[in-house]
Write a protein that binds this ligand. Structure first.
Ligand SMILES: Cc1ncc(COP(=O)(O)O)c(C=O)c1O
Length: 375
């Protein structure tokens, strides 16, 4: 039996008719982009997160770019960002002409390391981007403390963490601004690209709203107050997300249920397998990542049993060719680099049937038993 990693077919099965209906309704409405469905979705996100402002945009990468620009990032400005993350967390800085200042991460969680963060602050630093990756949140208490000590802004890359909390505080709402991506693989996966910016800061919201739509103020067309982008959300995307948001908490519950089973099963294989089991109830399991020195062997073993996995991410950001101009060398970010050799993502999505979950657990257990016998 194949256990797929993404399985989009099953993830959208329930909404097949609804999607057709949305496309038809929007198609005959003459209102395709940034109209009432987008506003309604923004209102729903404000309610869900408690944010004062929600600004729907084209994707998470543009949300990061818009926010960084609104925060004043450009040539001559440094932004502190984790060495282990998706490319957008750092490429958005580079696209604006700013300099990504990479920070090493915690070896177990992969989140930005507060001690290293403080050491790497430069006189040109303006913003810190802590990323919440996979299912764990960065240590926001420590990040916020460092930010206020050094007068820096905090942009939470909460692209994959809608609904996650840390000591009750909502991911995306702890720093000055945050964002949620709705790329189909994300916890609230849409029908195409999409994202929303959240903030309580009036000025960041005002500028972000203009930047997403060619610098217009949303009232008078063709008067451009800023040089902006075309980074708007489509009505079809907003309408579907609004529909799905109603059952989002149930989807998160099912993700947590599967992760709970994985946590229980895998923690007994420590130290061969490393999993983060802390703060389970507050987590949003976007994807379930374990670490093991035998990552490549485990991946092959699972594939032979029909279980698909993914490697997030194979190269630390400072060592990506895109950032070669910064001159980093292997060994500069030891924890981030070690994780790239050990991290393996296992299938986890709300529609995953129990028998697939048990198949993954028993295959991992078989692998660990085999390895233990041969040690
Ligand atoms: C942590 C993180 N930040 C930002 C993004 C970018 O979001 P998008 O794909 O919507 O541009 C992603 C997407 O995978 C992500 O994982």
């Amino acid at each position: 039996m194949i256990v797929p990693f993404f399985n989009y077919a099953s993830r959208y099965e329930e909404d097949r008719e609804k999607i057709k209906e949305i496309v038809y309704e929007v198609g005959i409405s003459d209102n395709f982009i940034l109209k009432e469905r987008v506003t309604e979705f923004e209102d729903a996100i404000r309610q869900y997160t408690g944010a004062k402002h929600a600004i729907a945009v084209a994707n998470g990468t543009s949300a990061l770019t818009i926010l960084l620009k609104a925060m004043g990032v450009g040539p001559g400005v440094d932004v502190l960002t984790p060495a282990f993350s998706f490319i957008s967390t750092a490429s958005a800085i580079g696209l604006l002409g700013g300099r990504p200042v990479f920070v090493d991460v915690d070896p177990l969680t992969g989140m930005i390391d507060p001690q290293d963060l403080e050491k790497r602050i430069t006189p040109a630093s303006k913003v810190i981007i802590p990323t919440h990756l996979f299912s764990v949140m960065a240590n926001m208490e420590a990040v916020q403390e460092i930010a206020s000590k050094h007068n820096l802004m905090v942009l939470e890359d909460s692209a994959v963490a809608l609904g996650a909390r840390q000591k009750g505080a909502i991911a995306g709402m702890i720093g000055d601004a945050g964002l949620y991506s709705f790329f189909p693989a994300k916890p609230l996966g849409g029908i195409g690209d999409g994202a929303v910016i959240v903030t309580d800061n009036d000025e960041l919201a005002r500028v972000s709203r203009m930047l997403r739509n060619h610098g217009q103020d949303g009232i008078t067309r063709f008067y451009h107050h800023l040089v902006g982008y075309n980074n708007r959300m489509d009505e079809t995307v907003a309408s579907y997300l609004l529909h799905k948001l109603h059952r989002y908490d149930d989807l998160l519950h099912r993700r947590r249920q599967i992760a709970g089973l994985y946590n229980e099963s895998f923690r007994s294989w420590a130290p061969m397998l490393q999993v983060v089991t802390a703060s389970h109830e507050e987590r949003v399991y976007y994807t379930y990542v374990i670490q093991t020195e035998k990552r490549d062997e485990l991946r092959t073993f699972l594939l032979e049993r029909g279980i698909e996995t993914q490697i997030y991410y194979p190269v630390a950001l400072p060592l990506q060719l895109a950032f070669a101009y910064l001159g980093h060398q292997p060994g500069d970010f030891p924890n981030a680099e070690a994780i790239t050799g050990k991290a393996l993502a296992l299938p986890l999505y709300p529609e995953m049937p129990d028998d697939h979950v048990f198949q993954v657990m028993s295959a991992v257990a078989d692998f660990c038993t085999k390895v233990n016998v041969h040690v």
